[in-house]
Design a protein around this ligand. Structure first.
Ligand code: UD1
Length: 369
């Protein structure tokens, strides 16, 4: 019997690990799979609801690291995950994405000599002011195996000299979860609850420090929403960081007064999927939502200067907008005036990435088939 541990920590990790757990369950006579939750995200709406919606088993270990500076969060994961590794002695550790839990867990397992694989490897924004970019570079450089979601990842890992035998282009497990939840999302009542009509609302998520940590920037976003709220309802599920800052800057009242702006808690996975599928367009600064909208062929405006997921702009429905007032207003006007742009779904984003990963784990990494 071999043992695999997968690490989850923050919201965008859960949907990447759920399909891998399901694909591994088929081999439960030869592989034991355990999920370790670092506790980087701990609110019910940022964490527990995803386990329910994605039918994920409860984590075998919960590290309870919580919030803190990058150093504190990373250090706590390292200290706590080392204890788990020493106790469980896994044959392979899987880390996903680019959050602090990803880099911390990979540092821990690699230094203990445990083979470690990074899922969603090779993505680069080339913007080193993003903490996620540092996490991506550091994680890829120390992991033994890299699973890649899009072709740019293959190029970056080749440039960086990663052993080509251990790089596998497998597609996107986040999109596997989308396939899994699609039917349930179609049955969701969320549109009815918020009194929304298909393609008659804009869905917004903003949480990156570069967009929400300064009061003037958030206030400008509110002014833009106010300007467009006569044309479309705007649904804005608020990340805890953004909500705290709205309160800190004394802008909650201003936000609440905007007619047709629906401010709500972060949404569980299936309800959020339903909101994406039916939106006129989506406005975001998230990494994953750029991919999810491309897979759904829903137009997406990403309020950032760079993306680590270029395929979503090259062939998908994503467009980068520098987060300045005039540019955002021009883009909103374009999207309201013209026919929806269409896109192509990237290669291997077909709902079967986790099956390909598990095949490679069995045949090439653990060599038990
Ligand atoms: C993290 C990831 C980011 C990802 C995002 C998705 C890193 C470096 N960043 O950013 O890549 O896009 O998750 O959500 O790992 N908080 C709560 N409840 C929670 C979680 C957080 O109230 O369940 C608050 C805390 O005050 C915390 C702040 O939100 O300080 C930010 O959380 P943190 O985990 O530090 O980073 P995110 O901004 O969520």
């Amino acid at each position: 019997m071999k043992k695999i541990i997968s690490i989850v920590g923050a919201r965008p990790n859960f949907m990447k690990v759920a399909p891998i757990d399901k694909a591994l369950q088929k081999y439960d006579s030869i592989i034991e799979h355990k999920i370790v939750h670092t506790g980087q995200h701990y609110d019910k709406m940022m964490s527990d609801s995803f386990f329910d919606d994605l039918d994920m088993p409860q984590p075998a270990h919960f590290l309870g690291v919580g919030s803190g500076s990058h150093a504190e969060q990373t250090a706590r994961v390292i200290i706590e995950f080392e204890k788990v590794c020493l106790l469980e002695k896994p044959d392979l550790v899987l880390v996903v994405g680019d959050v602090n839990s990803t880099v911390a867990a990979s540092l821990t397992s690699v230094k203990l000599g445990i083979p470690t694989a990074h899922i969603e490897a090779g993505l680069r924004s080339f913007d080193r002011s993003m903490p996620e970019e540092i996490n991506r570079i550091a994680t890829d450089s120390i992991c033994d195996y890299c699973f890649v979601t899009e072709q740019s990842g293959l190029r970056h890992l080749a440039w960086e000299g990663f052993n080509s035998k251990n790089i596998f282009f497998v597609g996107n497990t986040m999109i596997d979860s989308q396939f899994y939840a699609m039917d349930k999302a179609k049955d969701s009542d969320v549109l009815k609850e918020f009194n929304l009509k298909k393609e008659k609302y804009i869905l917004v998520t903003l949480h990156r420090p570069s967009n929400v940590d300064e009061s003037q920037q958030i206030e400008e976003f509110l002014d833009i929403f106010s300007q467009f709220s006569s044309e479309r309802k705007i649904v804005f599920p608020i990340h805890p960081r953004t909500r705290k800052n709205l309160e800190l800057f004394g802008l909650s009242e201003k936000a609440n007064q905007i007619k047709n702006l629906i401010l709500c808690d972060p949404q569980p996975y299936i309800r959020f999927l339903s909101l994406m599928m039916n939106a006129d367009f989506v406005v975001t600064d998230s990494g994953g939502i750029q991919e999810e909208t491309t897979a759904l062929s829903i137009p997406c405006l990403t309020l950032r200067t760079t993306t680590e997921r270029p395929v979503t702009c090259e062939i998908g429905t994503n467009r980068l907008i520098i987060p300045e007032k005039d540019r955002i207003i021009a883009a909103f006007n374009d999207y309201l005036a013209y026919k929806r742009p269409s896109g192509t779904v990237p290669p291997l984003w077909d709902g079967k990435a986790a099956e390909r990963i598990v095949d490679i784990i069995l045949n090439k990494i653990l060599k038990i088939r």
